[in-house]
Design a protein around this ligand. Structure first.
Ligand code: G6P
Length: 403
């Protein structure tokens, strides 16, 4: 429905009117969603079902957008290299989990191309005096396509002449109708209030968008494109392999269900997944969880650490491994228990933590894809152990349509 409409639904169909009683003729639209998608399908919670859907969601999101290790979005975005050269800056605007997806995207794009990017939460973007104009590509990311702040931010950017693009899971949602161009995340309906599979679909689409933009700008080295696309195609199998180890993650979570709260740390590409992992915990277990760039801990938060405040450290085997390990050591010195999310085969990590969640190796840029799923499960099992209402957490709404 559009704004200011009334619908009358009967066995014969649906008739739309405006508030003066005039009939509105509307075109019907086919949504590729089936009734079975809205059932729990044998899982105790929608959230768990949706976590398990993620390998398929990534595969589905890649479908038709990659071929022969190359990305092609030309059938969805009719952009020319000339047009793109006019966009000097990229703004990503979103709320909640969608915002963290844009932070992942920005970091991946920094690695693969040469972009001037800013990521902003929509409620700030709308009210600050950020320069926006025809030289701006503004990308609005919203699972529901109905979040009031994101919608208003999109209207603002449009009015200021920015080129606007929306990434949404709901075809025909308000933002999708209002913003000229859109990319759909084909994750299917997400019922659990805490977003899981839509985050995964968003980071998949946004990674492809980054590669595509970079390619049209002639900035993308063909080897990088092939390497990343090939690694993206392997993500579904890697996610499935993490799901095979669900029991191990559950066991780690059980050890910490009585913690006072959690600290999450990560550097570079590991920082946005740390934010998302902390958000999942807050949302469904009502425990305080805070994520920090690991190197920033010493500037304040370290004062909070003690034996009752575990630190979840995202420590992939990459160039920053030693740096993060030194932050783990600082935390250990304050008696904080460490839960490490580390790369399979990392034989040294055992010196620092008895609670290790191993993730499969992938290309360094794609670490967020495989880091988030174990953190979703970690939050889920802590919330379950604490008897929380996982699919409908208190005080939260799936879609926030008011300011
Ligand atoms: C609410 C939901 C979050 C979601 C956020 C943004 O707060 O509880 O899970 O991330 O809105 O929603 P959107 O639909 O715009 O992605």
């Amino acid at each position: 429905m559009d704004d200011d409409e009334i619908a009358m639904i009967s066995k014969e169909g649906c008739i739309f009117y405006d508030f003066d009683g005039n009939r509105h003729e509307k075109e019907s639209m086919h949504l590729d969603w089936e009734a079975a998608m809205t059932s729990r399908g044998g899982y105790p919670h929608f959230m768990l079902k949706e976590i398990h859907e993620q390998p398929d969601v990534v595969a589905h999101t890649l479908l038709g957008r990659v071929a022969s290790n190359s990305v092609d979005l030309s059938h969805e975005l009719a952009w020319t290299p000339e047009q793109i050269s006019g966009w000097k800056k990229i703004h990503f605007v979103a709320c909640g989990t969608s915002h963290y997806a844009t932070m992942v995207a920005a970091r991946i794009m920094e690695e693969v191309g040469n972009f001037e990017i800013r990521t902003e939460v929509a409620s700030e973007y709308r009210y600050r005096n950020i320069p926006i104009g025809p030289d701006t590509l503004a990308v609005f990311v919203s699972q529901s396509g109905e979040t009031a702040d994101t919608l208003h931010a999109a209207r603002l950017a449009k009015a200021k002449g920015a080129k606007c693009l929306v990434v949404t899971n709901v075809r025909g949602s308000t933002i999708h109708r209002e913003v000229e161009e859109g990319l759909i995340t084909p994750a299917g309906p997400e019922i659990g209030v805490a977003a899981t599979k839509t985050f995964m679909a968003q980071i998949t689409v946004l990674t492809l968008l980054g590669l595509y933009l970079s390619k049209l700008k002639n900035d993308l080295c063909p080897e990088t494109e092939q390497r990343i696309v090939a690694a993206l195609m392997d993500i579904p199998a890697k996610l499935a392999s993490i799901l095979d180890r669900e029991k191990e993650i559950e066991a780690v979570a059980r050890n910490f269900a009585d913690a006072r709260g959690f600290f999450f740390i990560g550097r570079g590409l590991a920082y946005p997944p740390a934010l998302e992992g902390a958000l999942k915990l807050k949302e469904i277990s009502y425990l305080h969880a805070e994520a920090y760039p690991a190197g920033e801990m010493k500037h304040g938060p370290i004062a909070l650490l003690d034996k009752d405040l575990p630190v979840v450290a995202l420590v992939p085997k990459n160039d920053l491994w030693e740096k993060t390990i030194s932050n783990i050591e600082e935390s250990m010195a304050r008696n904080s228990p460490i839960i490490a999310v580390a790369t399979e085969g990392d034989s040294d990590i055992g010196h620092y933590s008895k609670n290790v969640i191993f993730t499969p190796e992938t290309e360094p840029e794609l670490f967020p894809f495989i880091a988030v799923l174990p953190l979703q499960l970690f939050a889920y099992y802590i919330a379950r152990q604490r008897g929380c209402d996982i699919d409908m957490p208190r005080n939260l709404a799936k879609s926030v349509t008011v300011e």
